[in-house]
Design a protein around this ligand. Sequence first.
Ligand code: CTP
Length: 406
Amino acid sequence: MLNNRNILLCVSGGIAVYKACALTSKLVQAGANVKVIMTESACQFVSPLTFQALSRHEVYTDTFKEQNPSVISHIDAADWADLIIVAPATANVIGKLANGLADDMLTTTLLASEAPVWIAPAMNVHMYDHPAVKRNISVLYQDGFRFIEPSEGYLACGYVGKGRLEEPENIVKLAESHFSEETNAPLEGKHVVITAGPTREPVDPVRFFTNKSTGKMGYAAAEAAISLGARVTLISGPVSIDPPKGLHELISVQTAADMREAVLSVFDSSDIVIKTAAVADFTPKSVSDHKMKKKDGSLVIELKRTGDILKELGRKKQRQILVGFAAETQDVEHYARKKLDTKNLDMIVANNVKTAGAGFGADTNLVTFFFKDGRRRELPIMSKFDVSLEIFREIVAFSEQSVERS
Ligand code: CTP
């Protein structure tokens, strides 16, 4: 996968620079052409000569040291790269990139490049948790940068926590998966069923119970699945947004009962089911044939439970991967894990709908993934389309792992 791919490795100044040496070596061994840019601080930790010997290319350290008069070196490096990896990425470099600052070879090249950029942060756990760093990471996510999250463990400063540069062999694997994602659609041949929007539970011919769901999350998930090559069936409650182009099938429904019927009709042929829909848990016990007339005093409408569609799928599932959503207003992790467990899901996407930018109707979402194996992954605020891409990347990763195991 990496054969003859041009990878530009941008190294900024943290103790994890020593791991960037191993990364250079592993990328070269995997067949990639690797060129390295180092910041001045990175050179305090390891000499450029080490990277030169490992990459067999001269290392860039200074924007104004123009080695070849026929080109401008930062533009040349920017255009040369098929993929840029910033590892380790310090809080300083992340801050500069988020703000468009370009005062050295590394940052000028990044600003000049149209290549995809992966950032692998490495820093002290409190620095990584600092609101300014989180804000900068979130800005970069929205600008289309991808992150290789740091792992947890012993940090050079003596703390134990999140902030260790991801291991070089894992970064190489991610680079390989990046190129395989680029060359073939990872969901090709997969039938993805997505439910979206609210349901409407009628009271009489002119009234109904519903909720605030707009369908934006589910429609973004459908668009993302199509872009990754899937055959997509979208089962949607009443919404006022246009369906994405390239759908295999759109099934429009009104009530929770209609949604259940539609989902069950396609479940056997599905490979992946993503249930973003906000399904009513209760529906009126009886629906009046005529418009109900107002009377003095209060009105009582008796409701009965609807079926839990996802729980039913959890009981029926064979090869299918099931992903649920949990929109909560308190104790998010507790309720999300409970739903993951009781509905027999592979993964649940949880959010606190009271948080700014994460509620109904927003174009963005702020979610945490919880997995069957106990793992959790918190994402920064990002567009609903990007959240969806991350969901499918997780699904592809655990499908590949289960194929490897079997
Ligand atoms: N869901 C479903 N059928 C229902 C209710 C919910 O398939 N009748 C699915 C939703 O599409 C979502 C997940 O279950 O993927 C969680 O939905 P949510 O409304 O958050 O949870 P509930 O199970 O209804 O629990 P509660 O109302 O207690 O929060």
